[in-house]
Write a protein of this length. Structure first.
Length: 389
């Protein structure tokens, strides 16, 4: 098993790609089973764990890779191309883990580590809980949907409103998986293998040391954590849809070489000028959308490296680029699905899976088109824009 150890961007990228190559066969072999059982089978999540990919974004001092945003994009893209459910669980698990590992106070890290290693995590991104301050911590009650990867997680986390303050204050709360209820309600038609069920706690005592505030300076780690939210996670969502859409293009292009259409005189799909034009257009628009996502992430990374603030305008740009990548990817997979024809209706068809999973990913709040409003406000010089609304 290849595990990345480098800190140089190119060397780390090469090592992470080698790790992915080493588990590709396992992930492909588990893809249909994941959809059938509604969560990643153990060989799949174990492969991601053993390859270290859940630690993609976590601080080096705790055993993470602290990968820069562009490396993150490349890794997530590559995994999405192989299997969308495995990739979704990886990038959500990696992001959730980093939000806890980088921002949790030193006093809580000793509890958080399992035999000296970072745990597998899952969590809810919306503030769907209430927390009442008590001596030494908080009493937390909440139910969070879409806890992707929760079946194989060891710690869970969720945001909750604290007390009755105005304006409202939110904190992240982390707790061992056995302290929560998993509701087994992931009965869906897309991202079926991600196990993104609801999780809940009722009147759970969470010590102060197990809380985290991702809008404050991180407790540890390097400049990557200066990017904060939403930019810290928007690149993940853009990379996921780009990787899935690229797989749909490649699968359909290969299929078109042998597929024919026509009831009386069948004609090869690849020879049709309309298909050639649409295939070329999809390739170009997807490549352009990727370039925009990478460029925005690179600008933010350069600012963070230089010690400059990654301000609201830059945050709005990063999120808008992820929204744009999602919209373009959705159009690409829809087009490829049409050309794939009736055979794409069958269970296990890759183009169908790409269509379903990109469509599901487009429903995520992080890639809501409201992000364009903040981008427009930034271009107009409006003050106090809110890129995370």
């Amino acid at each position: 098993m290849t595990i990345a150890t480098a800190t140089d961007r190119e060397e780390l990228r090469a090592q992470l790609f080698a790790a992915i190559d080493g588990i590709e066969g396992t992930l492909r072999a588990c893809a249909d089973e994941a959809e059938r059982i509604g969560t990643l089978p153990e060989p799949a999540w174990r492969a991601l764990h053993d390859a270290g990919l859940f630690r993609l974004k976590s601080p080096r001092e705790l055993g993470g890779f602290e990968a820069d945003p562009i490396t993150q994009i490349e890794v997530i893209e590559r995994l999405a191309y192989i299997d969308t459910s495995a990739d979704w669980c990886m990038f959500v698990g990696s992001g959730t883990l980093s939000l806890m590992a980088a921002w949790m106070a030193d006093e809580g890290i000793a509890d958080f580590l399992i035999d000296g290693r970072l745990p597998r995590t899952a969590g809810g991104v919306a503030a769907n809980g209430r927390a009442e301050p008590v001596e030494g911590g908080y009493r937390v009650t909440g139910r969070w949907p879409f806890a992707s990867g929760s079946e194989h997680a060891e710690w869970l986390g969720g945001l909750a409103y604290v007390g009755e303050s105005d304006p409202p204050v939110t904190l992240g709360f982390s707790f061992p998986k056995e302290q929560a209820t998993l509701h087994g309600n992931w009965d869906v038609n897309a991202l079926k293998g991600t196990g993104s069920q609801d999780m809940s706690v009722t009147d759970l005592f969470v010590p102060e040391r197990h809380t985290y505030d991702n809008m404050a300076p991180s407790a540890r780690g390097g400049p990557i954590y200066a990017i904060t939210l939403p930019g810290f996670v928007t690149n993940e969502h853009g990379a996921f849809v780009l990787g899935a859409a690229r797989r749909a293009i490649d699968e359909t292009a290969e299929l078109a070489k042998t597929k024919t259409r026509g009831y009386i005189v069948p004609r090869g799909v690849a020879a049709r000028e309309r298909f050639q034009s649409d295939l070329g257009r999809c390739d170009v628009t997807l490549t352009a959308a990727r370039a925009g996502l990478v460029a925005a992430s690179e600008r933010a990374w350069e600012a963070a490296l230089a010690g400059h603030p990654v301000d609201a305008a830059m945050q709005a740009e990063m999120r808008s680029m992820a929204v744009h990548a999602t919209e373009v990817s959705l159009e690409v997979v829809r087009t490829m699905f049409r050309y794939a024809g009736a055979r794409s209706l069958y269970a296990g068809n890759i183009v169908d899976r790409c269509l379903r999973d990109v469509t599901a990913a487009s429903q995520h709040g992080m890639v809501n088109e409201v992000a364009y409003e903040a981008r427009g406000q930034a271009l107009l010089g409006v003050h106090d824009i809110a890129p995370l609304t």
